[in-house]
Write a protein that binds this ligand. Structure first.
Ligand code: PLP
Length: 317
């Protein structure tokens, strides 16, 4: 299990390489929802999402253990961008395995960060197998998106920052994909200030953490349907699930419509560009999913990577 000590270690390892992101208070949105609402702006993080925290911690620890011929990831989304960025900074070659039908924007983003791109199949399993096979053959390090102690500890650094920035916080809301972000943050908070409530938030039709907690064991969803592309995990991770099970107060569910409305509200009043996954936790506050009336709450805006054409079509819906 990851502990607060690991998260403090991660903070030391990444402190000169990632932003200490701001927390914004919104008077209008607070009035609207009845909570004193703060938002932790990881959309303003380097590479546009929090994923760089875990990726930096993983790479820094690996480099401390010895030289590294290269790193590999199977994600073309925010995690892939984060890995490519930190590898380039550390002058370590990076390979990103992408689906044969990857959109040009994602191919270009990875190339811009100096990554070599290998195309393989169309399913995430094919890419994962390919990445792990390449890693074994070449002696490169495979960096997973959430299920590793260094990744979890890196994401957990956000929890330490929130406790410093919002000293009277009573509840923290975190979006869930594979659960790396939530398991890190909930560990940091429950092992520092156990009275603070921590809620995970999932899209209604991508709710494998919710289902798994109900079943008491890791349980997959066969069909995933959400616009929040960073939250389309079929099941929680082997490492993240037990942490979430131990510490989280509850899982809240939101609809895609609520996510889109929240993207618009954050843009209109906070002037922040947010991707659908990044608006999910705030949607749970604005659409009244919290089970009690807290005074002060903080939601994580986890990322802001969205291309203009998609943003335009979502906000004019
Ligand atoms: C990856 C990601 C998430 C989910 O994080 P997990 O650690 O997989 O739970 C949420 N929001 C954004 C923007 C992401 O990129």
């Amino acid at each position: 299990m990851v502990t607060k000590k690991d998260i403090i270690g991660a903070r030391e390892a990444i402190k000169d390489k990632v932003h200490y992101t701001p927390v914004f208070h919104s008077t209008i949105l607070s009035k609207q929802c009845g909570y004193n609402l703060y938002m932790k702006a990881e959309n303003l993080q380097k590479t546009g999402s929090f994923k760089i925290r875990g990726a930096t911690n993983r790479l820094t620890n690996a480099l401390n253990e010895g030289s590294l011929p290269g790193v590999i990831t199977a994600s073309s989304g925010n995690h892939g961008q984060a890995v490519a960025y930190v590898a380039q900074k550390a002058k370590v070659p990076c390979t990103v395995v992408m689906p044969e039908n990857a959109p040009q924007a994602k191919i270009d983003a990875a190339k811009n960060y100096g990554a070599e791109i290998i195309f393989c199949g169309t399913t995430s399993q094919e890419r994962l197998d390919k990445a792990q096979k390449l890693a074994n053959e070449k002696g490169h390090l495979y960096i997973p998106p959430y299920d590793h102690p260094h990744i979890i500890a890196g994401q957990g650094t956000i929890g330490l920052e929130i406790l410093e920035q919002v000293s009277d916080v009573q509840a923290v809301l975190v979006p869930i994909g594979g659960g790396g972000l939530l398991s890190g943050i909930v560990t940091a908070i429950k092992e520092s200030a156990p009275q603070v409530k921590v809620y995970g938030v999932e899209p209604q039709f991508s709710n494998s953490m919710y289902i798994s907690l109900q079943e008491g064991k890791i349980t997959a969803r066969d069909t995933i349907d959400t616009i929040a592309d960073g939250l389309r995990s079929k099941q929680p991770g082997d490492l993240t699930f037990p942490i979430v099970k131990k510490y989280v107060d509850d899982i809240l569910l939101v609809t895609d419509e609520e996510i889109i409305k929240t993207m618009k509200l954050i843009m209109q009043y906070q002037k922040l560009v947010v991707e659908p996954s990044g608006a999910t936790a705030t949607a749970a506050v604005l659409f009244n999913k919290l089970p009690s009336k807290y005074k002060t709450v903080t939601s994580i805006i986890s990322g802001g990577n969205i291309d203009f054409s998609r943003l335009a079509s979502l906000i004019t819906q």
